[in-house]
Ligand binder design. Structure first.
Ligand code: ADP
Ligand code: MG
Length: 608
């Protein structure tokens, strides 16, 4: 019995459309590219419900006549190539003639279009494979409306994300296009509100100002446009060493004006930022690569999001060099100074054991971290290690239920006798003598752990303080759109934050521990996490982001390496650490302390 049946052309087209149109942003990209291919210099985009319900793109390009207005909706209908041989030298975005047909297979499409010389325009409607046209009066150019995406493919509609996520994808496409064509006028309206307005600009840095605000643009440096022997030109702009984000959303690569996402290009860029930005921080960058079309293949990815290079290494090397040169020129002195970015809290390597390179230093497993009796004289210190004077940490002296039950912790009173706090070493480590050997405690890691546990268990009771001078945090409009629905994450932790105008957030109150901290960085990090975890379920999302926020708050509020601590402060730290759950590591996973076993020390000195 034969099992094979031919699919109806309509079903086949719906399936094929999935290759090109997975989400509203793909349709927007195709429609934008068509507008640019048609020579448009002004393009307005309107979206509703993240593009799921309605997308409309209006351009001032050359338009179509009545015949083309109909045939453009059919598959393999293109005005851009006649045969595959032309692909090697293609300069238009389109060539497959499948975008409009694909969109029409999975949504309702209406086109209004008029050529410049024509006295009347055409209205073309496509619905369920039927295309109708009629004459209509309309402006020159093309106006395409796509309604009810995937109305007839429920399996795919199910996979669409919430409105904010789809909108964010669309914004990225529009940002990429705006950066590619600074001299064009692009506008995005979200639910009829003007969201992005990019009138013509003279260069890419001014474009960055329109997209992300002056705060970003003032850190941008232009790449020196250089052509190598193979005719490859790298140009664009990158952010300097003083600027970073916690996500890659403002990194764009353009290959012959086509936005691509090849991961190797990103790696080459970040290699250029080695020693300038620590791991996990990303620059803002728009890097444009002009290359002989014969040196690339753009027909390898169904959505043309990646290109294949004939000589990928050459391109990567050029990007690396261009980035390095730009960063080094004019800022070389600062780069050296700013290498101190590498603060210990980001260094995840084990604590150095040199000069005891073969020393078997064990992570201290003891239950007995304690301090000697308080010193007689109270010492004042300018260090930020002042939490005891601001607030008592009740749990530091009251074991939690968990501690009581599992009884893992030796009571501090018992331990005090046999341990001695020697003092502070390198303004970073506390030295503690005890029977088993010498403990080094990292003051920052230890304090981070203490505060993290406080923030995690008492977050709803944290003592807060109204700021006399509220903090204003500049924020681009799309970052605001990302963070606004999630501001409760902060409010749940005593940080009173709200939008302030179109481009700022205002912080009016904070937990006392953070009263002197700047929140710029924390906000940026949360924006990064929201995007990074947008695909996990709600419960997991809340847990992860809260956890990360607490760790970062603890990091900010904790004493730093380099802070001088009084003996009394060191002792308080040790006492608090002693009663702290998970005290052997900081919230980022670094050890809080290290034991140099007496036995091993004696061996080194050949006493044994
Ligand atoms: P491709 O871009 O690969 O040719 P599309 O399906 O995207 O395929 O478009 C089909 C054809 O419709 C294009 O080749 C072009 O001639 C015409 N077209 C599409 N959009 C526009 C537009 N905005 N202005 C003028 N012509 C357009
Ligand atoms: Mg096209």
């Amino acid at each position: 019995m034969p099992k094979i049946k031919l699919l109806s052309p309509q079903e086949a087209q719906k399936i094929a459309a999935g290759q090109v149109i997975e989400r509203p942003a793909n349709a927007i990209k195709e429609l934008l590219e068509n507008a640019i291919d048609a020579g448009a210099s002004r393009i307005s985009i309107y979206i509703e419900d993240g593009g799921k319900q309605r997308m409309r793109i209006v351009d001032n390009g050359h338009g179509m006549d009545k015949t083309d207005a109909k045939s453009c909706l059919q598959k393999h209908a293109t005005s851009k190539i006649r045969s595959i041989d032309e692909l090697v030298s293609i300069t238009s975005y389109g060539f497959r003639g499948e975008a409009l047909a694909s969109i029409a297979a999975v949504a309702k499409v209406a086109i209004l279009t008029k050529e410049k010389e024509s006295s009347e325009g055409t209205k073309a409607l496509a619905h369920e494979g039927i295309i109708s046209t009629e004459p209509i009066a309309c402006p020159e150019g093309t106006d395409i409306t796509v309604t009810d995406l995937f109305y007839n493919v429920p399996a795919r509609a199910k996979f669409l994300k919430k409105r904010e996520t789809e909108t964010r994808h669309i914004i990225q496409i529009i940002q990429a296009m705006s950066l590619t064509y600074p001299s064009h006028h692009l506008q995005l309206f979200v639910n009829n509100k003007l969201f992005i307005n990019c009138p013509p600009q003279k260069d890419v840095i001014s474009r960055c100002a329109q997209l992300w605000g002056q705060a970003t643009a003032q850190h941008m440096i232009a790449l020196e446009t250089e052509q190598n022997q193979k005719g490859i030109t790298i140009s664009g702009a990158i952010s300097n060493h003083n600027w970073f984000r916690y996500d890659r959303r403002t990194i764009f690569f353009l290959v012959n004006n086509r936005w691509v996402t090849n991961p190797q290009l990103g790696r080459a860029l970040l290699k250029g930022y080695n020693n300038v930005l620590p791991l996990g921080r990303y620059p803002t960058a728009c890097i444009s690569i002009q290359i002989d079309p014969e040196q690339i293949d753009i027909n390898t990815h169904p959505k043309k999001e990646e290109v294949m290079f004939a000589h990928p290494r050459t391109v990567e090397q050029l990007i690396y060099k261009a980035v390095r040169t730009a960063l080094e020129k004019g800022v070389s002195k600062q780069i050296k100074r700013d290498i101190s970015f590498a603060q210990p809290e980001y260094n995840t390597s084990p604590l150095p054991s040199a000069p005891f390179s073969d020393f078997d230093a064990t992570l201290y497993p003891s239950d007995h971290i304690a301090a000697q009796q308080p010193v007689s004289e109270k010492q004042e210190s300018a260090s930020p290690f002042t939490y005891k004077s601001q607030v008592t940490l009740p749990y530091a002296h009251e074991p939690t239920v968990q501690q009581k039950n599992i009884n893992l912790y030796t009571p501090i009173e018992q331990a005090k006798e046999s341990y001695k706090l020697i003092g502070q070493f390198h303004k970073t480590y506390l030295l503690i003598e005890q029977e088993e050997g010498l403990y080094l405690i990292d003051q920052h890691a230890a304090h981070e752990r203490i505060l993290y546990e406080l923030f995690a268990t008492r977050f709803d009771q944290l003592p807060t303080i109204q700021l006399m001078f509220p903090q204003l945090i500049p924020c681009s409009q799309d970052d605001l759109a990302i963070i606004e629905p999630h501001l409760n994450i902060f409010r749940n932790h005593g940080i009173a934050v709200e939008p302030f105008g179109k481009y700022q957030l205002i912080i009016k109150a904070t937990p006392v521990h953070l009263k002197n901290s700047s929140f710029d960085d924390l906000i940026k990090q949360v924006i990064g996490w929201i995007q990074e975890y947008s695909n996990v379920d709600q419960e997991q999302f809340i847990k992860t982001v809260h956890d990360k926020l607490r760790a970062q708050m603890a990091c900010k509020a904790a004493v730093k390496a380099g802070d001088t601590l009084s003996l009394e402060q060191m002792q308080e730290l040790l006492e608090d650490l002693h009663t702290c759950p998970n005290r052997f590591s900081c919230p980022h996973g670094r050890p809080t302390g290290f034991l140099f076993a007496l036995h091993d020390i004696e061996k080194r000195f050949r006493r044994r």
